[in-house]
Design a protein around this ligand. Structure first.
Ligand SMILES: [Ca+2]
Ligand SMILES: [Ca+2]
Ligand SMILES: [Ca+2]
Length: 379
């Protein structure tokens, strides 16, 4: 008998990764095999809701592997048979909507071994009884697999209840999960989404409607924590913040990951404790310098050291000049073009703009020429 190649790989994977039906029930996550879970008053949060079973896309976990520890899974086979019992959008390959067979930078195995409409992007929905208590904070944990935006030229847009979830996009767009491999990411829920959390229905979409990139991905589960008490597993991140091209330390720089914020000492060193396990996006910034961010693997109970940042001098503004006159929100105004050399994070004025790149166009109220240039020099 000839066994089809993909089934054979699946068989090998199941032998390698142990028993698929391995029962696992924990205080923080309930029954890992349950397709949806809602738990009140765990040690982690007042309410925990999960969509999707905790089963590594159906492959199961290697012996002793804890998906909440921040470790990365070994590579697994693909494609695989979708379990119709799994909640929609979980444990299945989804290929970006803008992919139409002509990817600009080639395509991954997920894209090449699956077809429309089975691999179309689907929303992932968490539905639960609306909390009867006030929601004051929340976080998501998601187990993501084979996101490779930098490699295939994808640009993921993430929406939550049809609204842009910008804060998660740097993390998603910098993931290079070649293998394919999976790992946990933890992100705080921005406060503007807390009413959505309170409503009892959250709909995620991870997609790319523009680039045509040949990237497919999968999500094992998404877990919501409401009114977080403390995540079960966390680690420590240490390093230094220095001036680019030198070993000169930057004191009082702000280093942040998740909701953890510290400032550097006189020698530029920092220690961020209790960072949620998983992939963390750590940023460092200091007045007069451009902000930098990098991804760091945080493993439960361990310290990731040597996470250094070298910040460039914020020589932001090279020139600023009015480009076009127009009417904006009732003000007679002009559109200004600002050219700058580094990353511009904050325009120190009554209006705030954010952006990165060589050139940024902003709408600003007309103001005297002298004041404009004074502002430019101030930066
Ligand atoms: Ca499953
Ligand atoms: Ca991929
Ligand atoms: Ca799953």
């Amino acid at each position: 008998m000839r066994i089809p190649r993909c089934e054979l790989i699946g068989l090998i994977a199941s032998l390698t990764f142990g028993h698929l039906s391995q029962a696992q029930v924990t205080e923080t996550d309930g029954d890992w095999a349950a397709k949806t879970v809602s738990l009140a008053n765990t040690s982690e949060a007042a309410l925990v809701v999960r969509v999707g079973d905790v089963d590594n896309l159906g492959f199961g976990w290697p012996e002793g592997f804890d998906p909440f520890s921040g470790s990365t899974t070994p590579g697994h086979a693909f494609p695989w048979t979708v379990d119709p019992e799994d909640p929609d959008g979980t444990d299945r390959i989804m290929v970006l909507t803008s992919y139409v067979g002509t990817p600009p930078w080639g395509q991954d195995g997920y894209t090449g071994t699956t077809a429309r409409p089975a691999n179309s992007v689907r929303p992932i929905v968490l539905e639960y009884g609306p909390p009867v208590f006030p929601v004051h904070d929340a976080a998501f944990q998601m187990f993501v697999d084979d996101f490779q935006a930098p490699y295939w030229g994808a640009h993921y847009e993430v929406t939550l209840n049809q609204k842009p979830f910008d804060e998660i996009e740097p993390t998603i767009n910098e993931l290079v999960q070649t293998g394919p491999v999976g790992k946990l990411i933890t992100v705080p829920v921005p406060s503007r989404f807390l009413p959505d959390v309170q409503s009892g229905r959250l709909e995620f979409v991870f997609d790319d409607l523009t680039t045509g990139a040949g990237d497919g991905y999968a999500i094992d589960f998404i877990k919501l924590l409401v009114n977080v008490e403390g995540l079960q597993q966390s680690g420590t991140v240490t390093g230094r913040v220095l001036m680019a091209g030198t070993d000169v330390p930057i004191a009082n720089a702000t280093v942040q990951a998740f909701d953890r914020v510290v400032t550097t000492g006189a020698d530029g060193s920092y220690e961020l404790t209790e960072v949620p396990a998983g992939l963390a996006y750590v940023t460092a910034q200091a007045p007069g310098f451009s902000v930098k961010g990098r991804h760091v693997d945080v493993l439960g109970g361990q310290t990731t050291s040597g996470v250094d940042f070298r910040l460039d001098r914020g020589e932001f503004v090279l020139s600023i000049y009015p480009a076009v006159e127009l009417e904006f929100f009732g003000h007679s105004g002009v559109s200004y073009v600002i050219q700058y050399s580094g990353d511009l994070e904050t325009w120190q004025d009554d209006e705030t703009i954010q952006g990165q790149g060589e050139l940024i166009s902003v709408l600003r109220r007309a103001r005297p020429e002298t004041q404009r240039y004074w502002r430019a020099r101030e930066l």
